[in-house]
Design a protein around this ligand. Structure first.
Ligand SMILES: Cc1ncc(C[n+]2csc(CCOP(=O)(O)OP(=O)(O)O)c2C)c(N)n1
Ligand SMILES: [Mg+2]
Length: 633
């Protein structure tokens, strides 16, 4: 077999197991071919697809390498990282197009295997087409740009190097503490080179996804810290979902009375109407979660990276004596904010904490207060859903319609713009996998490709749930290419394309920072700037031209009817809705640190800087060591 054939055969043999359930790890391989992979990995995929072997690695044709990574990453997220996809790209631009997707995967701790072609190992005819010549180094190619964004990187110069590279790739992809993009750069000549491989390399191999149990001493420190707390608050992150720790979290919350707030990746950890669910936390949080965070003396982070949106740039945990207990599968995350670190799988850790805390509960009045705050926020949500702005609807009414008219198990998916923050605050999550907002990288262009990947995951689990992709006009213009792929594959997604003629999110941010919405609207250029009339773009016609069914609407009544039509259809449907960009979602009473010019001739900037300095003065360092109380009970 060639190196390309060996790679494909190896990927087909890899299985993953957790909780006694085994399944193939690789659900398919995305690819766009060029001279860097057509005769290597491409030939191998062809040979396997013609082999008649039903277990062959299935090839999917994408339209853009970055988008293929988005689809693969969304797939892995929806499958709780227990299944993933590979992506093969050609040499040069095909490979560099992977970089943004790789960063997205690694930041979100989601597995994807990248197989970019690389320039000739032998270098006999270099420079080859698309080769970067570095005048100071002979062993650099554009693929080195993938190193800082990969959780693991190797370049296979010789067939003998392939086996350890593949085994290390699997080790990293299936390790929840370190997973992300794994890149194996494959020089184009090496891909086609044959070798006598040991048969054992292709034997069926099961990778066991660990459920690390907490170290007893660390567990007792965490139990002591929690039982000494008077106003504890759980912050549930993506780790809760990936570990399938939802029931364990619910049991912990119900046994102890501790309220539970959620990050973007953790949203859905508890259903929105659970008495102890206080919803989103941080810069795009609910007033309930943020009020509790402001007074919390102990924050119990479960499976969270504590991004600046979660901590409101380190202002949301405002109590002078606040301390942290971090339950995380990764030591790196567990030690953040000076926490008492509890390195463990979320489900195992929560179960151990519930047992360790025994009869301990928070003051019932505190739990009741949290429930009351959450109920107040839910009233705010209902008003935002019912907001009747005319002639064009408010975005919150669009969100409300999708929430009310979708099946509780359907998936809402989003990544960038004003929509992720609004969804974080307003979406009523009813299913633990029903909310899929990529907010680690918040990458414009994730949406449509990600929706396709999420739907493929649902289909592979024989689960007919619909995927509602929420995408702004800016994101749509940046990457709508995988609509074609959805049509080609016969995979149905529902795309809600929100047309507000530019970057509403950055416009509002810009204005709040004294930058007067500069460069955030899509307008004609005039003598004074890009401030003319609206452009005559017709994104509905664009979507139709790519093969989707399109339903253009401009009122909420028509929008609701369109959702019904889209749900009943078997085809990919784009609902094009014009919204009013001037109405924004209810306020979180939280801050996000985006620096304002320290000096400026513009009054708007000077005023914004004064506000910035005021907020900045409340920023915490969270460097205090844990209070380790020996006799806390
Ligand atoms: C690839 C990428 N480039 C730039 C940004 C910064 N950014 C965040 S939101 C946004 C505007 C998004 O516009 P649109 O999709 O129309 O959503 P809206 O803000 O109008 O809701 C920009 C430019 C980003 N997140 N991703
Ligand atoms: Mg927009």
């Amino acid at each position: 077999m060639t190196v390309g054939q060996a790679v494909v055969r190896f990927l087909e043999s890899q299985q993953v197991e957790r909780d006694g359930v085994e399944n193939p790890f690789f659900a398919g391989c995305w690819g766009i071919f060029g001279h860097g992979n057509v005769a290597g990995v491409g030939q191998a995929l062809l040979e396997r697809s013609l082999s008649g072997d039903r277990t062959h690695l299935r090839y999917h044709q994408g339209r853009n390498e970055q988008a293929m990574v988005h689809a693969a990453v969304a797939y892995a997220r929806q499958r709780d990282r227990l299944a993933a996809m590979a992506v093969t790209a050609s040499v040069g631009p095909g490979a560099t197009n992977l970089v943004t997707g790789a960063a997205l995967a690694t930041i979100n701790r989601l597995p994807v295997l990248l197989l970019p072609g690389d320039t000739f190992a032998t270098k006999v005819a270099n420079p080859v087409l698309q080769e970067l010549e570095n005048q100071a180094s002979g062993d650099i190619s554009v693929n080195d740009a993938l190193r800082p964004v990969s959780a693991y990187f190797d370049r296979v110069h010789r067939p003998e190097q392939l086996a350890p590279a593949l085994l290390n790739a699997m080790r990293v992809l299936t390790d929840p503490a370190v997973t992300g993009a794994v890149t194996l750069a494959l020089p184009q000549d090496v891909q086609a080179e044959a070798w006598n491989w040991p048969d054992e390399l292709f034997a069926r191999r099961v990778w066991h996804v660990a459920r690390a149990v907490p170290e007893p001493a660390a567990l007792s420190r965490a139990v002591a810290a929690i039982s000494a707390a008077r106003r504890p608050l759980v912050v549930a992150g993506g780790g809760v979902t990936y570990s399938r720790a939802n029931d364990a979290l619910r049991a912990f919350a119900e046994a102890t009375g501790v309220p539970v707030a959620e990050t973007q990746a953790g949203k859905g950890a508890l259903p929105y109407d659970h008495p102890q669910a206080v919803g989103a936390i941080g810069a795009t949080g609910t007033t309930a979660a943020n009020a509790l965070a402001a007074e919390a003396d102990l924050v119990i982070g479960v499976g969270t990276r504590y991004s600046d949106f979660t901590t409101a740039s380190r202002t949301v945990f405002a109590a002078g004596d606040v301390r942290f207990v971090n339950l995380n599968v990764s030591s790196f995350d567990s030690h953040k904010l000076g926490a008492t670190a509890l390195v463990a799988d979320a489900r195992e850790g929560l179960t151990a904490l519930t047992a360790g805390l025994g009869e301990w509960t928070t003051d019932p009045a505190y739990s009741a207060h949290a429930t009351e705050l959450a109920a107040q926020w839910d009233d705010v949500v209902q008003r935002a859903y019912d907001l009747d702005v005319r002639p064009l609807p408010a975005q919150s009414a669009v969100i409300g319609a999708v929430n009310e008219l979708s099946d509780p198990r359907d998936i809402v998916l989003c990544a960038a713009g004003s929509m992720p923050g609004d969804l974080h605050k307003l979406w009523r999550t009813r299913d633990r996998k029903g909310y899929h907002v990529e907010y680690g990288f918040s990458c414009m262009g994730y949406e449509i490709a990600g929706g396709l990947g999420a739907k493929m995951a649902a289909l592979d689990e024989s689960d007919p749930r619909d995927v509602f992709v929420m995408v702004g006009d800016g994101s749509y213009l940046m990457m709508n290419t995988e609509l074609v792929t959805a049509v080609a594959e016969g995979i149905k997604i529902i795309v809600v394309l929100v047309q507000n003629h530019g970057f509403a999110s950055i416009g509002a941010l810009s204005e709040s920072l004294g930058s007067q919405r500069f460069g955030t609207q899509y307008r004609y250029r005039t003598d004074t700037g890009i401030d003319g009339d609206r452009l005559p773009v017709d994104l509905a016609a664009n979507a139709a031209s790519l093969g989707a069914d399109v339903l253009p609407v401009s009122t909420i009544a028509d929008f609701r009817a369109a959702i019904g039509t889209a749900r009943r259809s078997t085809r990919t449907t784009v609902i094009h809705v014009e919204t009013d960009p001037s109405t924004s979602a209810p306020d979180s009473h939280a801050w996000w640190d985006v620096p304002v010019a320290e000096t400026s001739t513009l009054e708007s900037t000077q005023v914004a800087r004064a506000t910035y300095d005021e907020h900045k003065s409340h920023q915490r360092t969270h460097l205090a060591p844990p209070n380790e109380q020996k006799e806390s009970r």
